[in-house]
Design a protein around this ligand. Structure first.
Ligand SMILES: Cc1ncnc2c1ncn2[C@@H]1O[C@H](/C=C/CNC(=O)c2cc(-c3ccc(F)cc3)cc(O)c2O)[C@@H](O)[C@H]1O
Ligand SMILES: [Mg+2]
Length: 214
């Protein structure tokens, strides 16, 4: 049977990255996407911005929406303090299976909880199912038309506190116009655009960092 791109990406990690070394997993995926096949990982340029936001925030609880192959999951989890936890939501079982193996190859499975299912179904269950109070950081990188409804849902479910940070990928390309308009015009957020490029290309893209004001 034909392999899928995520399977080929996993193969590259298993052949070239050092087990237990998140940086080598990240580097291997970026090499694969630059020289073999493009894939929709946040990439190394926006990834450095992601790293700086995570390092500065030093979050105890992180939510990622849209795991895909686990590239940003590995980047974030590798920067978390020992008892911090990252919950990542992915509704495609094949992508989830690949991501689990990539997260395990990086040795980060103890910090990461990959939950299979749709964000809209799981966000309302975060408190009762996982004992989450609020999230210090949310990384949005799933279907672009879900950023706004899921943000409103997180507000309604009391999952954001004063100072919680939303970091959104692709606010320029493919673009998330309704989400941007909301966080940039709502009095409940302080929003900032970090200009960068679409992963592995010269096209413009960027990350929007929005601090919830409570
Ligand atoms: C409600 C719900 N619940 C759970 N999982 C969910 C979910 N909605 C989606 N997912 C999951 O998350 C990933 C989806 C990511 C979507 N990302 C993009 O479409 C994307 C596209 C580009 C891109 C840019 C220029 C182009 F020409 C082509 C593509 C770049 C990117 O960085 C992207 O992120 C994928 O793994 C999907 O199964
Ligand atoms: Mg993205």
């Amino acid at each position: 049977t034909q392999s899928t791109r995520p399977q080929r990406l996993l193969g590259a990690v298993q052949q070239n990255a050092t087990r237990g070394d998140p940086r080598s997993v990240v580097k291997t995926i970026d090499q694969f996407c630059k020289h073999k096949e493009w894939a929709m990982n946040v990439g190394d340029e926006k990834g450095c911005i992601l790293d700086s936001v995570v390092s500065e925030l030093n979050p105890a609880t992180v939510l990622e929406l849209g795991t895909y192959c686990g590239y940003s999951t590995v980047r974030i989890a590798s920067l978390l303090p020992p008892h911090a936890r990252l919950i990542t939501l992915e509704f495609n079982p094949h992508f989830a299976a690949v991501a689990r193996q990539i997260i395990a190859w990086a040795g980060l499975q103890d910090k990461v909880l990959l939950v299979e299912g749709a964000s809209g179904d799981w966000i309302p269950k975060m408190k009762e199912q996982f004992g989450v109070k609020t999230f210090d950081l949310v990384f949005l990188d799933h279907w672009k038309d879900r950023y706004l409804p899921d943000t409103k849902l997180m507000e309604e479910c009391g999952l954001l506190r004063k100072g919680s940070v939303l970091l959104a990928d692709n606010v320029v390309c493919p673009g998330t116009p309704d989400y941007l308009q909301y966080v940039r015009n709502s009095p409940r957020y302080n929003s900032q655009y970090f200009r960068s490029h679409l992963e592995y290309t010269k096209a413009e893209d960027g990350l929007e960092k929005s601090v919830f004001l409570g």
